[in-house]
Design a protein around this ligand. Structure first.
Ligand code: NAD
Ligand code: IPM
Ligand code: MN
Length: 354
């Protein structure tokens, strides 16, 4: 049998809880396939940092470079907890991985499932993907503070946008649109962010000319939040920068049925390092340790991983199992009430066994 190596980083809070269920479902999905997954566990996150003073060592990063894919839960401690300074783990583990492994495309599908409740009137069917830039923008951390702590403090953050970085993510969006409904929406704020906005717009014009079968339009990010709530059906593929994409995908998750369902893939489009598969949500310290987190997002992220590894049939079967189970729960809400994280994972897995 073919063998693939998958690194598992459960991380903090609900991260390990939901990743356990993703693994359970993967196991069930591959039981009948001539493929073995070898899991390599990495204990990273708040506990590891407290115990060792280390966030992500060079050595660990090198080991991670050698795997075929990474399954990631979430990192980050409770803001009220003094466990780790706010943002330390997010930047030094999660963002460091995305940057070092060159995850140029952060793919975040947003769709409704049969029967699943959404907060929108008329429960419209929604099916779009956000292609979020993953290695640039304000996330690069080129900022500083002068006269810190004084009444004259000045704090700056720089947004980095390179022609190369923008081009590859816009190209990915147009290519994706070709196998979807043929429409791309560029979301930015070029009325204010003139330099970056101009680069994104010119790049999109150039790439659009190379994809005559795809139509595109432009929307300011503030207006995009209106349309995402009032008329989400207008979107097919949204391409946007790192920070706008972060914010829009939490909103997209909320309008399509909840953050517990939203999957994502941080993709190295050149194949020069492993891609990473992670729910859109965070460590959810408010519900951690109670076995009440929804594992669906992690399970669907694992399906994106299977697809990326070329196991598209298994990926499809996981998606079908999740859709069918969500529909069953929607039709008999009593059967879903009070189910634990692992009971949900087991229900998905049960649908994959012959
Ligand atoms: P969050 O996504 O962790 O939680 C937001 C809200 O959604 C909370 O009410 C939470 O209970 C709920 N929620 C999230 N996932 C859920 C699930 N699977 N099932 C049910 N409810 C769920 O965002 P936050 O509260 O802003 O961040 C908490 C910590 O996580 C912070 O330290 C933040 O920096 C970090 N974070 C990490 C990642 C990541 O590692 N990928 C992503 C986002 C936030
Ligand atoms: C996400 C998260 C991360 C991001 C944080 C934790 C750095 O919010 O994956 O959406 O902003 O990308
Ligand atoms: Mn986010």
């Amino acid at each position: 049998p073919e063998s693939v190596r998958v690194a598992v980083i459960g991380g903090d809070g609900i991260g390990p809880e939901v990743v356990t269920e993703a693994r359970r479902v993967l196991e069930a999905a591959l039981a009948q396939e001539p493929v073995e997954i070898e899991y390599v566990e990495f204990s990273l996150g708040a506990e590891h940092w407290l115990g060792t003073g280390e966030t992500l060592s060079e050595e660990t990063l090198e080991q991670l470079r050698g795997v075929d894919a990474i399954l990631f839960g979430a990192v980050g401690a409770h803001p009220q907890d003094e466990k780790a300074p706010s943002g330390l783990l997010e930047r030094e583990v999660l963002l460091r991985l995305r940057f070092s492994l060159d995850h140029s495309v952060n793919l975040r599908p947003a769709r409704t499932y049969p029967g699943t409740a959404t907060p929108l009137a008329g429960a419209p069917e929604i099916d779009f993907v956000v292609v979020r830039e993953g290695t640039e923008g304000p996330y690069v951390g080129n900022g500083g503070a002068i006269r810190r702590g004084t009444a004259h403090e000045i704090a700056t953050e720089t947004s980095l946008n390179t022609a190369h970085g923008v081009r590859r993510v816009v190209e990915d969006a147009f290519t994706r649109a070709e196998s979807r409904r043929g429409h791309v929406t560029l979301v930015h704020k070029h009325n204010v962010l003139t330099h970056a906005g101009d680069l994104w717009r010119r790049t999109t014009e150039t790439v659009a000319a190379e994809h005559p079968g795809v139509e595109w339009d432009y929307m300011h990010v503030d207006a995009a939040t209106i349309h995402m709530v009032n008329d989400p059906g207008r979107f097919d593929v949204i391409v946007t920068d790192n920070l706008f994409g972060d914010i829009l995908t939490d909103l997209a998750a909320a309008v399509t049925g909840g953050i517990g369902l939203a999957a994502s893939a941080s993709i190295n489009t050149e194949g020069s390092a492993p891609s990473m598969f992670e729910p859109v949500h965070g460590s959810a310290p408010d519900i951690a340790g109670q076995q009440i987190a929804d594992p669906t997002a992690a399970v669907l992220s694992a399906a994106l991983m299977l697809d990326h590894l070329g196991l598209s049939q298994a990926a499809h079967r996981v998606e079908q199992a999740v859709h069918a189970q969500l529909e069953a729960w929607a039709q008999a809400p009593d059967s879903a009430r009070g189910l634990s994280t692992s009971e949900r994972g087991k229900a998905f897995a049960a649908r994959l066994r012959p």
